[in-house]
Design a protein around this ligand. Sequence first.
Ligand code: GLP
Length: 240
Amino acid sequence: MKVIVCKDYDDMSKKASELVISNMIEKPQIKFGFATGSSPIGLYKNLIAAQKEGEISFKYAKSVNLDEYVGIDPANDQSYSYFMHENLFDHVNIKKENIHLPSAPEADDKYAKEYRKLLEDFGQRDIQILGLGVNGHIAFNEPADKLNKYASIVELEKSTIEANARFFESEEDVPKHALSMGLAEVFDARMIIVLANGKSKHEAVKRILNDESISTELPCGLLNLHPNVYLFVDEEAYNG
Ligand code: GLP
């Protein structure tokens, strides 16, 4: 794992976007796995600016998203689908048919199966963007005795519901289930870029960098097993 300690959120977003931009220039038909949350917003802003300046183009790019809440309408401003349009897709020249967003109107395994098939047909991602849950989750793979290999409907941990409540009117409004990429699918990406900023991520970052980080109780620690991970972390998340 390559660890890049950055001064603050802007510096983290800048350094991560430079890596993404150089990969996009090298391979215009790049395949992305995108993540939502507050961590990648700055990165997406920089990509929008780079396209405006003519440095990159999304004309041949393809994307698939990492996860989505169960039972949320894509038009709801808390859906990950809405987030992606608002923070990236509506501002770049990515083709509609090249955007893939998982969806599960209800907690039914058939939606997980559809998403598994979608990921299989999509093929290997060149870059997977990831944020970290405060409890060390990646996508919505929560700490547990066993982890899901493939896309599944998962139940959210209390700490995740609490952490994500800041985006909703109240904690009760946070969905209790999500459709999430599984670990084998996350790890299928050629390169993984992890973004972690702020004090709330310090514990997870510290545990990833600990020698005893390989445990299903710490999904993000398993990133140490992938050969091409870049962890962009700001000083607050690094030092606590
Ligand atoms: C959610 C998402 C994760 C994301 C995490 C971090 O739980 N399922 O994919 O990485 O939030 O969010 P934030 O970047 O807002 O801290």
